[in-house]
Design a protein around this ligand. Structure first.
Ligand code: GAF
Length: 368
């Protein structure tokens, strides 16, 4: 018998990319699309997982025997990793049965892995009355992602899935995990935010994301600071001049200028000027493309085409190397922007993109 149903959303990041593992600022919001888990306790020490979206039937683990680094990477690493991280943190959930059902595309840069972790963590937290806060759950989920699933990500996606609020963007300082919910009612403003899935698959357990992270960490070490967050924007030029390695300079410039973009975006949203986000998104894209070098031709095409069709701003969202872009546009132009992007993809002989409109939605919750 199932004891309940829980849901956790994916996210888009409005601004603040590749800043979270540099102790910086991010501003994502939760998507309406979620992963749901029908969950029940088991008394036999087993973790039993199945998914309506994956083939392979039911997969079974002994909770006490879970350990990282066993076998090839699979979707079950995320929920299994959460049970492992809970155990490592001293919690003793006995068995659990989880059946997942998702409306979130995987590999689209919309944090399906974080949603899978967070829905598992929340269900187990409730089923076993562990009493962990949302932030504590997000931290355990990041541990599962880093140590168990082997993807060296930051904390943004887990916090966005666990802590978002309907109708709000989430301004998060990843250094101390202080957060602020900033109202963002796109339809009331006559605005639409399109999420364009380029269909180019990305995977954070593969090399390029980890290389960017290591390069940022070595730049911080060379500068004698804890994290790139510690460079005040007015000291950027001096910091760049002190870096011996020319390859590192554009990466550092991206992180420092991106944190400033998050602050500017948050100030505009707080003052009720959501249209002012447009140029900040586009600047952010240029910085990710030219300085951080994590874009790809498909993402660049979405940005160029939507701006050409009259959008207010556009950028890649998430880790990059594929995945999705976001486009902020007047609602009345949304269909024309979508059509322009679709035709540009057809002309370039790319696979047709997935284009949906998204509004800031609720974070993880118990549904039934
Ligand atoms: C991915 C990671 F999971 C996040 O932690 C973050 O670093 C993002 O890429 C880039 O901003 O989504």
């Amino acid at each position: 018998m199932s004891d309940g149903v829980w849901a956790a959303p994916g996210r888009v990041n409005l601004i603040g990319e590749h800043t979270d593992y540099n102790d910086g600022l991010v501003m994502p919001f939760a998507l309406p699309q979620t992963i749901e888990a029908t969950a029940s306790r088991r008394g036999d020490g087993l973790l039993r997982l199945s998914s309506a979206n994956a083939c392979g039937g039911t997969v079974e683990f002994t909770v006490d025997a879970l350990a990282p680094g066993r076998g090839p990477h699979r979707w079950t690493d995320y929920p299994a990793g959460v049970l492992w991280a809970l155990r490592e943190a001293g919690h003793r959930p006995r068995g659990v049965e989880l059946r997942f059902e998702s409306t979130l595309p995987t590999g689209a840069g919309l944090s399906s892995s974080a949603a899978l972790e967070v829905v598992t963590a929340l269900a187990v937290n409730d089923l076993y009355e562990l009493g962990l806060s949302r932030t504590e759950l997000a931290l355990l989920c990041r541990r599962a992602e880093n140590a168990y699933a082997g993807a060296p990500t930051g904390i943004m996606d887990q916090m966005a899935s666990a802590c978002s609020l309907d109708g709000h963007a989430l301004l998060l300082d990843t250094r101390d995990l202080a957060l602020r919910h900033i109202p963002l009612d796109l339809p009331a403003e006559g605005l639409a935010l399109l999420v364009v899935d380029t269909r180019v698959q990305h995977a954070h357990s593969e090399g390029a994301y980890g290389q960017r992270r290591s390069a940022c960490e070595s730049a911080a070490r060379l500068l004698g600071i804890g994290a790139l967050r510690d460079i005040p924007p007015e000291r950027l030029t001096t910091a760049l001049a002190r870096l011996p390695d020319a390859e590192l300079r554009p990466l550092v410039r991206h992180v420092v200028t991106e944190n400033v973009r998050v602050e500017r975006a948050a100030a505009h949203l707080t003052a009720g000027r959501p249209r002012a986000l447009g140029p900040i998104l586009t600047e952010g894209h240029a910085s990710l493309r030219d300085d951080f070098r994590v874009s790809c031709p498909e993402l660049d095409l979405v940005v160029e085409t939507s701006l050409g069709a009259g959008a207010l701003g556009a950028r890649m969202t998430g880790g990059g190397f594929g995945g999705s872009a976001i486009v902020l546009t007047e609602e009345r132009l949304a269909s024309a922007v979508k059509a322009a992007v679709e035709s540009a993809f057809a002309r370039a002989s790319y696979d047709p993109p997935g284009v949906v409109s998204a509004v800031p939605s609720s974070g993880a919750r118990r549904v039934v």
